[in-house]
Design a protein around this ligand. Structure first.
Ligand code: CUA
Length: 317
């Protein structure tokens, strides 16, 4: 999983890496020159006392000093201006992308990401969490919202950071030019579990993206065995349904992530752990010991009930 500014996977991150390279090499050159000047000053032989008559008079040494300081100041001003211009140009060039974009909406919440793919026909819209699928080579426009505090959307291999501010919608763009899984991370301190607010961007060839989207639009998979049916019944009856939606069932809560296709996702709790049976069971029983401070309360149930709930959730591909 790639979470590095130095390994860009799209045009925006490449442009930012160009600026990074320029700043890096300018700073290296300045550092080397300063160290050399310092060494020259330290190693320069001091004139002996008897040579004092040979020393240049005060006006001459003063003129030389003024020349050196003037030249160093001029070079510094020029370099800073070059960096400023490059920075402004990069900011403009990465403000948006040409072409027909895929539009989606990402809402930051303490501490997870709600991801919605809008559609003019409401039943064609997709709601998921912590995982953004995008087609390779197509620009993606992301509208950023927050419902609680300020978060920051950052997928280093695809673009720079952009804040999600309550009451002030923001926009960012990403594009991946090669398939891959690109890890992102909330980049603005947003409370106790800020560090556990990760997301994945999964860039796929367009036909694979289309089949993923098609599967996500479907209603939830109906239970096929008595155990799964019992699990569904429990999920609808237990507190789960107050906060989570599973389309096609009575669970229609809006507070937590949509679970209609929870089994298709790779991680749980915004990248906190892999989406496996064991982790899912532990998470349901005692989410506060896994990610203290999050909004999900513990759910007490017997091992037989847990078995059924897991059997059901696991089929929600
Ligand atoms: Cu959300 Cu830090």
């Amino acid at each position: 999983m790639n979470q590095s500014v130095l390994h860009p996977a799209g045009p925006l991150a490449e442009r930012i890496l160009g600026l990074w390279d320029l700043m890096y090499w300018v700073c290296v050159a300045v550092f080397v020159l300063v160290v050399l000047a310092l060494l020259a000053a330290v190693l320069r032989r001091r004139p002996k006392i008897e040579d004092e008559e040979d020393l240049p008079g005060p006006p001459e040494s003063y003129r030389r000093l003024v020349t050196v300081i003037g030249a160093a100041t001029a070079v510094t001003v020029v370099l800073l201006f070059v960096l400023l211009t490059a920075s402004v140009a990069t900011g403009r060039a990465t403000a948006s992308l040409p072409g027909d974009p895929l539009v989606l909406e990402v809402t930051g919440k303490q501490w997870w990401w709600q991801v919605e793919y809008e559609h003019s026909i409401p039943s064609e819209a997709i709601t998921t969490a912590n995982e953004i699928h995008i087609p390779v080579g197509r620009p993606v426009k992301i509208e950023l919202l927050s419902t609680d505090v300020i978060h920051s959307f950052w997928v280093p291999a695809l673009h720079g950071k952009r804040d999600l501010i309550p009451g002030r919608p923001n926009v960012t763009w990403i594009q991946a030019d090669r398939p891959g899984v690109y890890r992102g991370q909330c980049a603005e301190f947003c409370g106790f579990q800020h560090a556990h607010m990760a997301l994945l961007v999964i860039a796929e060839p367009p036909e694979r993206f289309r089949s993923w989207a098609e599967a996500q639009r479907q209603s939830s998979v109906p239970p096929r065995t008595p155990l799964q049916a019992r699990g569904k019944q429990l999920v609808e009856r237990l507190p789960c349904a107050n906060c989570h939606t599973i389309r096609g069932t009575q669970a229609s809560g809006k507070l937590g992530p949509d679970l209609t296709h929870v089994a298709s996702r790779r991680t749980l709790a915004a990248g906190t752990m892999p989406n496996t049976r064991g982790h899912l069971g532990g998470w349901i029983l005692d989410p506060q010991s896994v990610k203290p401070g999050n909004l999900m309360p513990p759910t007490a149930m017997s091992s037989e009930e847990m078995h059924a709930v897991l059997a059901y959730l696991e089929i929600l591909e």
